[in-house]
Write a protein that binds this ligand. Sequence first.
Ligand SMILES: [Fe+2]
Ligand SMILES: [Fe+2]
Length: 193
Amino acid sequence: MVRNLIMLGMAILVVSLIALIIIGFLSGISNPLPWISMAILAIVILTHNRIVKYRYLEWKESYSVGIESIDNDHKKLIQLINNLQTAIDYKTNNEFEKKTLAEVIDYTKYHFSREEDLMENNGYSDFVAHKAQHEKMIAKVTELVQAYEKDESEGIKAGAIESLLMYLKSWLINHINGTDQEYSEYLISKGVK
Ligand SMILES: [Fe+2]
Ligand SMILES: [Fe+2]
């Protein structure tokens, strides 16, 4: 609700600034109003872009585990989490939000089982501990999803989905950059691509 009001306010501000620029230039280029409006508009756009960049995940080469199939899974997870961010930021209905959330969770489970099969089939020594981290994450996500689904009031639901998204983002990036990097050298030495 609060975010929707902020977005509405931003839209009104941008439209008003564009109107001021047009009206200002129609009254002559010596008028300072359109130039000031253009400067404010540029600041608004730059600020908006910074906020968007901060909220969305971006793939970095440093995230690579050196195994193309796993990197592709991680990239896909980042994309699905960003889809969920979009659904939350620009939601028109709860169904789209629920659909994108289900896609993130389903793909996470699929990726975990693929990663676990690779580790187990190649005799990776830390397989059990790594699998335990995956299971702990799924248990926490299940708990957060239950909290999200439990209350139908919009304010509480919005808070619950934000918590869920924050957890997914921080866990995924920390895991890719930490635990997933640990199997990299071993699995590559076993010829995993
Ligand atoms: Fe993992
Ligand atoms: Fe992974």
